[in-house]
Structure formats: C-alpha cells, structure tokens
Design a protein around this ligand. Sequence first.
Ligand SMILES: Cc1cc2nc3c(=O)[nH]c(=O)nc-3n(C[C@H](O)[C@H](O)[C@H](O)COP(=O)(O)OP(=O)(O)OC[C@H]3O[C@@H](n4cnc5c(N)ncnc54)[C@H](O)[C@@H]3O)c2cc1C
Length: 464
Amino acid sequence: MIAAPQQHYRARSLWLDQIGEPLAPRLGLSGEAHFDVAIVGAGFTGLWTAYYLKRSQPDARIGVVEREIAGFGASGRNGGWASGGIAGSWSTYERHHGRDAVRRAEQETYSTVDEIGRVVEREKIDCGFDKGGSLTLAMTAPQESRARARLDAARRHGLGADDLRALDRGELDRLVNVPACRLALYTPHCARVDPARLVRGLADACERAGVVILERTEAIELAPRRVRCRNGLVTADHVIRATESYTTQLPGERLRYLPLYSLMIATAPLSDTIWNDLGWQEGLTIRDERHLFFYAQRTTDGRIAIGGRGAPYRLDRPIDETSERNRGVYERLRATIRRHFPQAGDAVVTHHWGGPLAVPRDWCMSVHYEPSTGFGWAGGYSGHGVVAANIAGRTLADLVLRRESDLVSLPWVGHGSRRWEPEPLRYLASQAIVNVLAAADRYEDRSDRPARWTWAVAPFTQPS
Ligand SMILES: Cc1cc2nc3c(=O)[nH]c(=O)nc-3n(C[C@H](O)[C@H](O)[C@H](O)COP(=O)(O)OP(=O)(O)OC[C@H]3O[C@@H](n4cnc5c(N)ncnc54)[C@H](O)[C@@H]3O)c2cc1C
C-alpha cells in the first residue's frame, strides 16, 4: 500500500486537523497473526469493544485491524455530541421487546454519557468533555408544534422534567441569546467532546493496556475465526466487525445500511466579545427542529462547529471523498449561523468536512454476536454513535465473555432490520428524503405553516 500523506488524514475534519501529534500510521499487518479477539475497524465501536474486553480480561490477546488510522471514519469527524437518547425508534423496539426494555435502554444511554466521562478522566483523555446539556430550538410555528409533540412523547414514555423540559425565557437567556426562539427544550443528558481527541485517546489507552492496533491494514474478507487482509491473514477465536457505514463496502453487505452523509463547517475562533454577546454557555450543544436539523457545539478553542444532513451520495460510489463537501449544505449552515447567531455571522469559515453514517432501513441500531461461530458486529446508529458505540462495545465485551449482564438483554441485541431496496431505489429514496425535507423547511420558514407533504418520505424515514 502507498503511504497516505498525513495531510490527507488531517483534511478529513477540523478535529483531525487539530490533533497535536503527527498522524503517522501505526505498524500494519505483515504475514499472519493470531489473537483471541480480532476487531475490524478502529472507530468508537471497535476501540470501546477492545477497551472493555481488556479491562475485564487483561491477559486476552486483542488485535484491531484498521484500513487507515484510528478515528479515520465517522468517529474522528462527527459533531461531538455524546448525547443520551436511543438510536432508533421507541415504537419499533417496543413492539419486539416491550415498554420496560425500551425504558431501560433509554436510561442506559443517559448513564453512558457519564460512563464516557469516567473513562475520559481515568485515562486522562484531553478531549474537552463537558456535560453542559443540550438545547433544541423551535424558531417557527411548525417547529414549535414538533417540539411540543417531542415533549409529549417523552412524557408518554415516562421521561420526566429531569430528562427533558421546556425552558422559560429567563432560563433560555441564561444558556444562550437567541431572541427569535419560540420554544426551547433542554436535556441535561449530553456532553460536548472533541471526537478525534476522544477516539485517538481511546486508541492510546487500548494500546497502553496491551491491545495491538494494526493500521493501514485493510480487511477484505471477514468470516468466523478469520479475517483475510490485503497484507496477510488474522486468525482469532472471536471476530468482531466494527466498520459501521463502511460495512456496505464489504461483500454481500451493500444494502445493510444507507450511507447517509452528514457535513459540517467550523468558524475561526471567535472573540470573547462575540461569545459574551452570544451568551452561549460552555459545553452546551444546540440543535433545532427543522426537518433537516442543524447540530452545533462551542469548541474548546472558541469556534462554532455546526453540521447538518442533506448531501447526496454518489450512485456509482456510495462512499466517496467527493461527497464530503457540498456547496448547498455549506451555504445552508452559514445561513443558519447568520440567522440564529448573527453576532458570529461574519466569522470566517476555516473548515468544511463530512462523513458517512449508517442508517438501517428501520433506523434502529443492532448488536449481534453468535456464540457458536464467535462472530459479532454492531452498528446502524443513525447518527447517535458517540454514545451508542460505547454501549455496543460494553455489550460485545459481555457477549464475547459470556457474561449475563443487563446489557445483553437490551432491545438492540439481536435486533434485525430488513435491508434497503436495491439500487437505484435506495439512491432515489435518499434523494427524495433530502429534497422533500429541504423543500419542507423552506416552505415552513417562508409561510410559518406546516409542510404536510413530508408524509411522502415517511416510509423511508420512519420505522416500518
Ligand atoms: C459529520 C458527522 C456528524 C456526526 N455527529 C454525531 C454526533 O454529534 N453524535 C453522535 O452520537 N453521532 C454522530 N455521528 C455518527 C457517529 O460519528 C458514528 O455513528 C460513529 O462514530 C460510528 O462509529 P464506528 O466506530 O461504528 O464507525 P467509524 O467511526 O466509521 O469507524 C469504522 C472504521 O472502520 C475502518 N474500516 C472500514 N472498512 C475497513 C476494512 N475493510 N478494513 C479495515 N478497516 C476498515 C474505517 O477506516 C473506520 O476507521 C456523526 C457522523 C458524521 C459523519
């Protein structure tokens, strides 16, 4: 394999660009290697699995095989929201597993935010972890009614004001200055992180514990007890696939997920005066109730990093670097900064990037492990992977070690979603989702009335 210049890795996100040390790949595989557990993919899923396995069984031989470098995928590029809330729909999980199981799952996501905080502290990972909670802003009448519906649904599911509540104007003003906001919901279950510093710090912690991380090593065939790589063969008693959206590049897995691109921009660091005017509290993450919602954080070095969906993927190459930047999404995110945070409206945008996230057909995540073959996998977090991957990692560790913990009976364990429609239908569905929702947002911004025609894409955006 030809060495990839470090600049190539830095260009994947603001976060990777700002990593202090060189992004030089670790040694790759050459020839054959044997481990007790072989994990493919050094993102959050793979590394959390390795981390918890090693903590439970320090003498286990664990190898992680990574095509590029740790954190190259979505884990090193995301919005840095370690947010509670299940990845998937309550109703789908509830139908199969009952109400209590789903409540337990929701609570697990909340406690996982704190679990990530504990590991960050224990392993001294300097990633700006700050549990400042999260705001959802409703700026128009249709957005307000969606926010009220969200709150009602939370109450029906047994969540109290400690989990999600509407703020009065005074409470909102103490968190951020957004005068045009009609209604704001607040949840404390969210921490802001620098995701690349978290995932790369986790890789270092795994290595310190004795995990072997083989970078620039592409797996081309995964099977029980063996991973055939471009530069050798790995054998293991247990094989874990942790490649989330990239799973769709593996033989037979193309339609397991929709590789949905989410894109971000970041401003240059803003002055203290601007931050004072914005009144945006440290650690607070902010999103809105648009159909193509934005998600934003105040970074540790004083930038606004803001992202949103809406970029199409390529029919001929669903995962491709050309999809990581998109003029339309860039302009939409800039316009959002101008509208909601006008004090920062003239700020220079220094970074624009993106990456694929994995959306199963029913938008619900899964964790699988087959004891008879020792083969397992997890993914399909539909944009909630920062917390979900930690849960998946702890769960996979328990499944491999045959431990009957509370985690192994959570509703996503063994959950199966049907596959996406064959191309070009999947592509057309993804285009329809983006176009219909973008048009609905434009209409609602203009008219202040709900765009009813979003039902047209409901079969693809809501659980079946
Ligand atoms: C722009 C963006 C914003 C997001 N924002 C948030 C957010 O704020 N909060 C949130 O919870 N989630 C967010 N997500 C989703 C979240 O980042 C992902 O769900 C999560 O990082 C997935 O982690 P993972 O380890 O499963 O996959 P990845 O991080 O994608 O890791 C998979 C790894 O496998 C490697 N790999 C792939 N194929 C092979 C192969 N054949 N051989 C060897 N290695 C291979 C890849 O190089 C990669 O490093 C966002 C995603 C994006 C793209």
